[in-house]
Design a protein around this ligand. Structure first.
Ligand code: SAM
Length: 238
């Protein structure tokens, strides 16, 4: 755990992120809990401690270099084992985080680990994004939505943009080679009340891995007919 903590500490410094003093240790504890639970439940394909520190924790931390999250609300759609939502919460204690995933077991573990790390202002919710996005308690209630490794961008926009308030942002974590995926998503983004604000590229510290955040601004309310059911939105992408 010491090695993970050190990689995280130096990586955060390299990213220029001014994290709370206890954040590297908390992130390493979270990584350790993830690796332990992964022995009995499928949570992540990344199993080496150094990779957990870099490809999970520092990858998610880099998001803080493209937007300010303090005092805001964020929903992490298809959070899985908590990425990027949990690292963002640890690094920005004043951020209110909702972790959404369709798998009950993952959501239960997220509630458990949030308690173990004494995190407050974080809720793990079980549900499908395309259904929760129609629920008035969730629809257009968040300053930010995030998603990493969940679906192709044009589908992902239909799952995520309904959660975002007008004036908020959807942050899609992608590879730097997502150019044609982004091109294909432009009609969907427009139909859902968004516009591409910009892309933010970064390299994960201690790796040569380059990733991209596509930042979509919500400029108008999402029309009532979206999101559609999964079978429909997948079969007939916008
Ligand atoms: N975001 C995490 C990460 O980057 O490690 C997890 C990625 S994992 C490959 C995709 C997750 O999205 C799974 O946990 C799956 O249950 C969830 N998921 C897929 N479709 C979903 C939907 N329509 N609504 C909610 N969760 C969904």
């Amino acid at each position: 755990m010491r090695a993970m903590e050190e990689l995280i500490r130096t990586g955060l410094a390299e990213l220029g992120i001014n994290a709370p003093k206890e954040a590297p240790q908390l992130l390493a504890r979270y990584g350790q809990a993830l690796m332990e639970k992964n022995q009995v439940m499928n949570l992540t394909a990344i199993t080496e401690p150094s990779d957990v520190a870099t490809l999970h924790m520092l990858d998610c931390a880099a998001l803080l270099n493209c937007v300010g999250l303090g005092g805001k609300t964020l929903i992490d759609v298809g959070t899985g084992a908590g990425f990027p939502g949990v690292p963002l919460k640890i690094l920005t204690p004043a951020l209110d985080v909702t972790l959404l995933d369709s798998l009950n077991k993952r959501v239960d573990w997220l509630s458990e680990v949030s308690g173990e790390l004494s995190l407050t202002g974080i809720q793990a919710v079980q549900g499908r994004a395309e259904e929760m996005g129609r629920n008035p308690e969730f629809r257009e209630q968040f300053d930010f939505a995030t998603a990493r490794a969940v679906a192709e961008l044009r589908l992902l926009c239909e799952l995520c943009l309904p959660f975002v308030k007008v004036g908020g942002r959807f942050l899609a974590m992608k590879g730097v080679d997502c150019g044609s995926e982004l091109e294909d998503a432009l009609p969907a983004i427009q139909a859902l009340g968004g516009r591409v604000e910009r892309c933010f590229d970064y390299t994960i510290p201690h790796t040569g891995v380059a990733h991209r955040v596509v930042i979509v601004e919500k400029t108008a309310q999402t029309p009532e007919q979206y999101p559609r059911r999964w079978a429909k939105l997948q079969k007939h992408p916008l």
